[in-house]
Design a protein around this ligand. Sequence first.
Ligand code: NAD
Ligand code: UFG
Length: 338
Amino acid sequence: MTVLVTGGAGYIGSHTCLELLQAGKDVLVLDNFANSSAESLKRVQELAGKELKFVEGDIRDRALLDSLFSENDIESVVHFAGLKAVGESTEIPLDYFDNNVSGTVTLLQAMKAAQVFRFVFSSSATVYGDPHTVPILESFPLSVTNPYGRTKLMVEDVCRDLAASDERWSIALLRYFNPAGAHPSGRIGEQPNGIPNNLVPYITQVAIGQREALNVFGDDYDTPDGTGVRDYLHVVDLAIGHLCALQKVSKQTGCVAYNLGTGTGYSVLDMVKAFEKASGKAIAYNITARRPGDIACCYADPTFAEAELGWKAEKTLDQMMADSWRWQSQNPNGFAPS
Ligand code: NAD
Ligand code: UFG
């Protein structure tokens, strides 16, 4: 039986494909390379010592999806494919609704036609908006502040309505907090397009001299050192969370959301210090204005995922930083040849 992984060539998808192969699963990846390359899948197969099947194509292509379902013995779908840049989503919202919402609806239609009802979806802590308190529980009110976040909440709503309409569906909505780090081999990791939006890739690019200094977006938040606090989660822990979710959707039906985070918040300056310790490199930084749309503090209560999925983040911040640095220093151009 095969797991279809959409967006499997991307950052989180590639780490999840590796864990799936290592757990003995057959994997079929569908990716259009909008934000990735085939090199990541080549390396995943090298690391696993096993092959996966790969198709270059788009989740919005219904005919292609139908042929994948009819030609492969697919039992479940892990759905990563989508666009993910918050700033870009405010400039080209239609592309985000088309890829993330229409694309997911097309995928779910093809699944229904093929009678495949097990679905694991990449949601995001962004669906909690600006929470009144932390740590964040799954039962907290949902709200969003940008088109990207809206696509995640819309797909969550689609999934809840779908599961309510037909009890054969079994859906896990995985609300990721802040994925960071890379595989400890240094062979796969995150390859941001252009100037990184996210903190850790920006720090690692400063460390290799691709950027001059980190801009710390505000030091006047109501947090211990005034800088933003987030729940950074090692990407390998996150990948393993998908295996736990796949187990769960094979045993129960309905649509359930799970927080995937560590439960610990670190500030921007904590992250800079941790990176300096792991890499031995000094990180130049400037305090600048707050980034519009940022919130002060966001971290998970991960106890529901532990109780229900048997999943808990195991890796430390030091490991996250050491692995990010290994990936960045060994692959200064990401997956492109140097
Ligand atoms: P990524 O961009 O590295 O991976 C997404 C993959 O999907 C890429 O390989 C891309 O080429 C592919 N893709 C995009 N549109 C497609 C389409 N229409 N058809 C087929 N393939 C398509 O991103 P990631 O960081 O690995 O994120 C994976 C998922 O997790 C996304 O849905 C993202 O929104 C979600 N997520 C990411 C984060 C994060 O901080 N990285 C946080 C919360 C949620
Ligand atoms: N930050 C800086 N400088 C930078 C980049 C980030 O100071 O150059 C700060 C931010 O202000 C924030 C923290 O570092 O306090 C983390 O910022 P990221 O951009 O890495 O992460 P966010 O929490 O803002 O957003 C991430 C994903 C979103 C997702 C959200 C919630 O990028 O897609 O988590 O899951 F919606």
